[in-house]
Design a protein around this ligand. Structure first.
Ligand SMILES: Cc1cc2nc3c(=O)[nH]c(=O)nc-3n(C[C@H](O)[C@H](O)[C@H](O)COP(=O)(O)OP(=O)(O)OC[C@H]3O[C@@H](n4cnc5c(N)ncnc54)[C@H](O)[C@@H]3O)c2cc1C
Length: 392
């Protein structure tokens, strides 16, 4: 499919990366994903292949053993995975979660973890922020970490902690100072790098949650879990800011996945509309079938431009908050519109498992809600870009 404007300006590096990702994804066709989906099995072989090829270390600098690629290159990797019918949700967090360690961790912490993550010996794929009672209202989270000598004792619960069963490390946000004792509402939260291998059965319990798509998500319980004080990232009490600083990268990469999904749906719909013959002609000859595909294509290309703009600003070190949020909003809308169009184009076969359309439809629906829901993005734009009164 045409598009991919960034490939025109980087001397072909990103085009080569796309080609390599496409070749890797060819080994993981629809049957592979259908089987995983049916069994709600973690796509371990796919994640291992991506890790071996170095794609998950894209954003780790070369000094720490990674590939030191640009945000546009990382976005191209995630987009291509999705455009090829695969699903990066099984591992995408590793790309952006490690950014918190990279930007705010000590040199000793970076040396201890980043090279091993880049080599694929350690997995940092779990990100524990959301809690059942506070949800989107992160500053009301209740998990506590209390200092006791050379450790912190963690108590509480997280929900939707994806990939916790398949990750060695978890980036955890917990309250270290009670809310009523801080002057600024964003203070008092801290970030820890939890070694889940050491903590399992010693205060850490992980319970899988079965969801409408295959996502390996869980709820996690902390009962006097001990985390060495050496695993505190940055300064105590400043964790909320550290997490926020990683969110633009997360939004850009997830938006790229949505663009990939949209491309997959559009490609499938256009192919099917050309092949399916009814009333003596391909259904795609009817404008009632053509136009929704063309509209989905235009919507996807517009969203793709915003993803590129967000990645460009991010790379330039400029504030990319507005663009990263808009990229996520527009790309999630484009992928969802394309998913709906693709089911409609396929008629009854859109519901049949063997076409993969219904699976991708379920998978792409998530991005209206996670990692941030559409309403919260609109609220950010209203308040922080347009200066409208704060609503919460
Ligand atoms: C499959 C899956 C995987 C996930 N993975 C992770 C993960 O790895 N780590 C992690 O920390 N979290 C994860 N999440 C959590 C995800 O980030 C949250 O689900 C999401 O941010 C929404 O929060 P919530 O579910 O608590 O909804 P709530 O905060 O309860 O909100 C419910 C609805 O109300 C709306 N709403 C709430 N407040 C307002 C308001 N003030 N104005 C307008 N509308 C409002 C929301 O937009 C939403 O539609 C995952 C979620 C899912 C479903």
């Amino acid at each position: 499919m045409s598009g991919q404007i960034e490939d025109l300006s980087d001397g072909g590096e990103i085009a080569a990366i796309r080609e390599a990702v496409r070749a890797l994804c060819a080994d993981f066709p629809g049957e592979y994903w259908r089987e995983c989906d049916r069994a709600r099995a973690y796509p371990a072989a796919f994640v291992d292949a991506l890790t071996r090829a170095g794609f998950l270390a894209a954003l780790i600098p070369e000094a720490y053993g990674g590939s030191g690629l640009s945000m546009r290159a990382a976005a191209a990797i995630m987009e291509e995975i999705h455009a090829d019918g695969c699903n990066g949700a099984a591992c995408h967090a590793q790309m952006y979660t490690m950014g918190t360690l990279l930007r705010h961790g000590s040199e000793a912490q970076k040396q201890a973890y980043l090279p091993a993550i880049a080599r694929g010996e350690l997995r940092l794929q779990a990100f524990g922020v959301t809690e059942p009672t506070s949800g989107t209202d992160t500053l009301s989270l209740r998990t506590t970490a209390a200092r006791a000598g050379d450790a912190y004792i963690v108590n509480g619960q997280k929900i939707w902690t994806s990939r916790a069963e398949y990750s060695d490390l978890m980036l955890l946000l917990a309250r270290t100072t009670p809310r009523e004792h801080v002057t600024r509402r964003t203070d008092g939260l801290s970030v820890f790098l939890v070694d889940m291998r050491a903590a399992k059965d010693k205060g850490l319990t992980i319970r899988p949650i079965r969801t409408m798509m295959n996502h390996a998500t869980t709820e996690v319980f902390f009962d006097n879990m001990r985390v060495p004080a050496a695993n505190l990232i940055g300064e105590e009490g400043k964790g909320f800011r550290y997490i926020l600083s990683g969110m633009n990268a997360e939004r850009i990469l997830i938006a790229a996945e949505c663009i990939g999904d949209a491309k997959w749906f559009i490609d499938r719909a256009a192919s099917y509309a050309k092949e399916r013959v009814l009333f003596g002609r391909p259904i795609g000859q009817n404008q009632g079938v053509q136009f929704p595909i063309a509209r989905a294509y235009a919507q996807m290309r517009a969203a793709e431009l915003m993803v590129q703009e967000a990645a460009r600003k991010y790379e330039a070190g400029a504030d990319s908050g507005a663009e990263a949020n808009m990229a996520k909003l527009l790309a999630a809308d484009a992928s969802w519109a394309a998913a709906d169009m693709c089911v409609q184009t396929h008629g009854g076969f859109g519901f049949a498992e063997e076409y993969d359309v219904e699976r991708k439809f379920r998978e792409t629906r998530l991005y209206q809600v996670a990692p941030i829901s559409t309403n919260l993005i609109l609220s950010y734009l209203a308040e922080h870009v347009l200066g409208l009164p704060r609503s919460y």
